[in-house]
Design a protein around this ligand. Structure first.
Ligand SMILES: [Zn+2]
Length: 307
């Protein structure tokens, strides 16, 4: 039998379905990506109770950087076991250079250094499926909680969004929600886990210590905390469809109360800033991105900034 198809046409007949097939495989591969964003703080890390564990001048800091890194690794391991394919971490405590980069898995990406416009959520976008908070602490308005504060323990007495006091977890959940990404898990002391599940609903919570004061807790041992965090992260990613992004109405009214007097006085020189009372300022942003940039600005700017 003679083949009636000319060679060009028969090549096309093979090439077109093959291209379509490859396209489908590619689309499916992209659909199957499940990106998890991890925002890592330090006050809520197992065993942390005072500044000695939290900054470069503390006698315990180098050891607790290691423990913080292992908690993040536990969250990564659990997330991957639960079906995550891509991980981005933001080092979000102090100088944002705490995590030991050589001890993280080779395939993750890490956001380091402050300041940055989205603060503890830099690097989040709408391609992520879920957010995990590790090492988090309760808000400055909390009556208990190890190192309870919001953004700055030394400078701020309250941070409100639309008249509601927020923790860092609450603020960061709003940022994630802006990009339609839900928070799926939090780790820290019993107070921050309770505070966050009351705000966000049934997110997975890993309690690694129980607060007995601002500078005191009854704590698990590191190995037990890694195990718990890994299990919770796996569970959270497996039930990722249960979680909804956290949204609040915009424009967003931000109220910040300073511990000192002069920040509110000087900031109120700006026409975009109101001063409802001696220690407070108010700023209205069209969305949480604008509010986050403003917060980063007021917590960073000073005339002596160099370079
Ligand atoms: Zn913090």
């Amino acid at each position: 039998m003679k083949n009636n198809l000319n060679p060009t046409r028969s090549r096309l007949l093979i090439a077109i379905p093959l291209t379509l097939l490859l396209l489908c495989v590619n689309i499916n591969a992209q659909e199957r990506r499940l990106k998890i964003y991890i925002s890592a703080d330090m006050e809520g890390v197992v065993g942390v109770v005072t500044q000695e564990q939290l900054g470069p001048t503390g006698f315990d800091y180098q050891r607790f950087r290691e423990i913080m890194t292992q908690e993040v690794n536990a969250a990564i391991e659990g997330a991957l076991a639960g079906g995550a394919t891509d991980i981005v971490i933001s080092d979000s405590h102090g100088n944002a250079q705490n995590l030991l980069i050589e001890k993280l898995p080779r395939d993750v990406l890490l956001v380091r250094g402050f300041p940055r416009p989205l603060g503890m959520m830099q690097g989040i976008d709408s391609t992520f499926a879920g957010v995990i908070f590790t090492g988090y602490h309760s808000s400055t308005t909390s009556m208990g909680g190890v190192r309870a504060h919001t953004i700055s323990s030394a400078r701020l007495a309250d941070v409100k969004l639309n008249d509601r006091s927020v923790s860092e977890a609450g603020l960061n959940a709003v940022i994630a929600g802006h990009f339609n990404v839900p928070v799926i898990m939090i780790t820290g002391d019993d107070v921050v886990v309770k505070e966050t599940t009351e705000l966000l609903g049934d997110v997975e919570g890993a309690v690694v210590k129980w607060a007995t004061g601002f500078h005191s807790a009854k704590t698990m041992m590191p190995e037990a905390s890694y195990q718990l965090i890994k299990e919770k992260a796996m569970k959270a990613v497996r039930r990722i469809k249960d979680f909804k992004p956290y949204k609040i109405a915009s424009p967003i009214r931000l109220d910040v109360r300073f511990k000192n007097y002069r920040p509110s006085e000087v900031l109120s020189y700006l026409s975009i800033v109101e001063r409802p009372d001696a220690h407070s300022i108010r700023f209205t942003g069209k969305d949480i991105v604008e509010v986050s940039k403003f917060l980063s600005f007021i917590n960073t700017y000073e005339l002596t900034l160099e370079p």
